[in-house]
Design a protein around this ligand. Structure first.
Ligand SMILES: [Zn+2]
Length: 264
């Protein structure tokens, strides 16, 4: 008599082969496209576009964003089977144009890389107190932003959760300044995940017709964190966290697709 436990892996394989043939997917992460945009532009040509925050040492944010984004320009830093569209700030694609750009490609995931600031008066107070001021502790950490107004808000939130997990595991701390001082909607304080609903929404997040997240890698107006974020080692850790999150996100996506395929 045949043993059903021995046959089970074989049956699962058959179902998976059937599923991938029907859905046109080769396997797991294959066939997915990710757009990774560097936040801001290097040469602003309109009022809505700028070079981003200015770090404690006076370096514009787009340079920090580009330093992380550049990792994904290198084929050896890409996850095999995933198609990356990498757009550095030097392409000078403004806010409205980047939404049009993304909606033409319709990626499976849209990511925008940023580095964070704080309110001018808080920065000024801490600056006057000096580099050793405890006030800098309040303006520190990474965060990840999605919007429930995005047509794929649940998927966007899933990516945010997965990414935050990878960053925490890599030793980064969440930013709570946005929640405590700016009263943004933080859905998980332990992970620094923000739902950007209006007022205070982010144009890209609710206009892009794909799952989307804005990543604030860290806080560059904080002198201590700026030094860390300038290190190649830190930038590599962030890029690895992004890649690990992309892989996990598509695994979850594919598991969900398989589950709904098996249901019908
Ligand atoms: Zn920014």
């Amino acid at each position: 008599m045949c043993n059903i436990r021995l046959l089970l892996p074989f049956l699962v394989c058959l179902i998976l082969i059937g599923y991938t043939k029907i859905c046109g997917a080769e396997s797991g992460k294959m066939g997915h496209t990710v757009i990774i945009f560097s936040g801001h532009v290097s040469e602003p040509s309109s009022k809505v576009d700028n070079m981003g925050a200015e770090s404690y040492a006076g370096i514009f944010e787009y340079e920090f964003n580009d330093a992380v984004v550049r990792y994904f320009e290198d084929e050896s830093n890409r996850v095999p089977g995933i198609h990356y569209e990498v757009v550095p700030a030097s392409r000078n694609i403004g806010l409205h144009e980047r939404v049009e750009y993304a909606n033409r490609i319709v990626p499976d995931l849209y990511l925008e890389i940023h580095h964070d600031a704080a309110q001018a008066e808080d920065i000024e107070r801490a600056r006057q107190d000096g580099e050793g001021s405890p006030l800098w502790n309040d303006m520190s950490g990474f965060s990840v932003h999605y919007s429930e107004s995005n047509p794929f808000s649940e998927k966007s939130k899933t990516f945010a959760q997965v990414f935050a997990d990878k960053m925490l595991r890599a030793g980064f701390k969440p930013n709570l300044y946005h929640a405590d001082t700016e009263k943004m909607t933080c859905i998980d304080r332990s992970k620094g995940i923000y739902n950007r609903i209006n007022p205070g929404g982010l144009y890209v997040l609710y206009n892009i017709k794909s799952p989307a997240a804005v990543i604030e890698c860290g806080t560059i107006i904080n002198p201590h964190e700026e030094k860390l974020l300038s290190l190649e080692d830190t930038r590599q850790k962030i890029a690895h966290a992004i890649n690990r999150a992309i892989v996990r996100f598509f695994e979850i996506e594919d598991e969900d697709s398989l589950r709904s395929y098996l249901k019908y």
